[in-house]
Design a protein around this ligand. Structure first.
Ligand code: PLP
Length: 421
């Protein structure tokens, strides 16, 4: 049994602990697809969150709250770190964090030597982009649909080092993976050194064919950086499966960790050539990813709480979570997709998305749509009005604590707003 399977088996056993053996016994043998529709099971999971009653929270894409057991464990870590003070920092901080990193690496399917804990995706991705040994005229490839601040980091490299950025635009509803791969391939030249691709487009929820893009880019000698901000602990994959060189993700999104936690993965052979942003005494070590991870004295209690979030996540199981989240998204998008005046900005093919979707209404600005949803229907979403990416709508992001009856409120609201428009 490998480490990942072991974690999974241990996690399965623990659902009895989370829900109570008698409750879990009712669900244990259900296939994931059936369990995805079992509201009694998900109501029990929902009971592990403290939800604000004032609104239906459909904005877990920005920050996904910690489940109560994780939050309590985190608070205990804050107290303990404060209690032991510098004694803790000087004694067991380093091995404790290394143990958390081991668990994250097992989850990501990579070697711990290739993974470090960062504060977020921004730090992870920017460490790679700024750590490249850029020369004037070098080229990088990315998409209009990538996260704005990541694109800004490449523009910064253009100003500072004279690199040239080639920006493609990914279609909202692609017919095939090849259509997307060809787009990226079409802008690669002999000067291209790095290609960044979002694993999941943050404004639309579209999952991109990262493996195929990576294989194509590697065939042309280009390194591949994946922005996995929304993918990690959202759906099932391992980082090595993706065949990329660098991967960054935030853990305060889908893993439900405290704010300010993320991961950076760098394929072993690529560690040597990246420049660290902050000086570190390991910076000449060609094999140690920790040379990229010197951020000084930091809130280590947040990092320590990650293992509790992993335990909670593994208790549900990535696959169960993925299938439920996709079920929730399809539950509401299937009902509004064909309504007059409704524009869906998320692919029709269900394998190209998971929890996140984006919907617009003709004649209604995204800001007005989000405002009406909140003020009239008490639904919290996020307005996206992005001309460059061609996306105008609200991003809707249910998490595992959302129930279909709450999505019925959204469906009714979209229907009424579309009719009025
Ligand atoms: C695709 C993508 N990349 C990067 C980020 C930045 O994440 P963070 O603010 O956690 O660094 C986000 C945030 O939503 C994102 O959606």
């Amino acid at each position: 049994m490998n480490k990942r399977d072991f974690l999974r088996t241990a996690a399965t056993a623990s659902l009895g602990v989370l829900l109570g053996d008698r409750v879990w016994a009712r669900f244990a043998d259900l296939p994931v697809e059936r369990l995805a529709e079992d509201e009694a099971f998900w109501a029990a999971i929902r009971g592990k969150y403290r939800l604000k009653p004032d609104y239906i929270n459909l904005e877990s894409g920005y920050y996904s709250m910690q489940a109560t057991p994780v939050l309590e464990a985190f608070i205990a870590k804050v107290r303990e770190t404060n209690y032991q003070a510098s004694y803790y920092l000087r004694t067991t901080q380093v091995p404790d964090k290394a143990a958390v990193r081991d668990k994250l690496a097992a989850m990501a399917g990579c070697s711990p030597a290739e993974l470090c804990i960062t504060r977020n995706t921004t730090e992870s991705i920017d460490t790679v982009v700024a750590g490249f040994d850029w020369k004037p005229g070098d080229e990088a490839v990315m998409a209009e649909q990538d996260y704005g601040h990541m694109l800004a980091q490449f523009r910064l490299m253009a100003r500072r080092h004279g690199i040239i950025n080639k920006v493609v635009s990914v279609p909202a509803d692609p017919k095939s993976d090849d259509e997307i791969v060809r787009l990226y391939a079409g802008v690669i030249t002999p000067r291209t050194r790095l290609l960044m691709v979002s694993h999941m487009v943050n404004i639309t929820g579209q999952i991109l064919p990262v493996r195929k893009i990576a294989d194509m880019a590697h065939g042309r000698g280009v390194d591949v950086l994946v922005d996995g901000a929304h993918a990690f602990a959202h759906f099932d994959y391992t980082i090595p499966d993706l065949g990329c060189d660098y991967y960054g993700a935030s853990l305060h999104k889908w893993l439900g960790c405290p704010l300010g936690t993320g991961i950076l993965y760098v394929r072993r052979e690529k560690i040597a050539t990246l420049w660290p942003i902050y000086g570190d005494h390991r910076m000449t070590d060609d094999t140690d990813i920790m040379k990229l991870n010197h951020t000084g004295t930091h809130p280590v209690h947040s990092d320590l709480a990650i293992e509790h979030a992993i335990a909670f996540h593994e208790m549900i199981g990535t696959r169960r979570k993925e299938v439920r989240l996709r079920y929730l998204q399809n539950y509401w998008t299937d009902k509004v997709r064909t309504l007059p005046s409704v524009i869906m900005n998320t692919p029709t093919d269900p394998t190209r998305s998971c929890a996140i979707a984006n919907v617009g209404v003709k004649g209604v600005t995204p800001a007005d749509l989000a405002r009406t949803l909140l003020e009239k229907y008490r639904i919290w979403t996020n307005a996206v009005d992005n001309d460059a990416a061609g996306v105008h709508g609200v991003r809707v992001t249910p998490h595992v604590f959302i129930l279909p009856k709450e999505l019925d409120v959204l469906v009714k609201a979209i229907g009424e707003i579309a009719r009025a428009a």
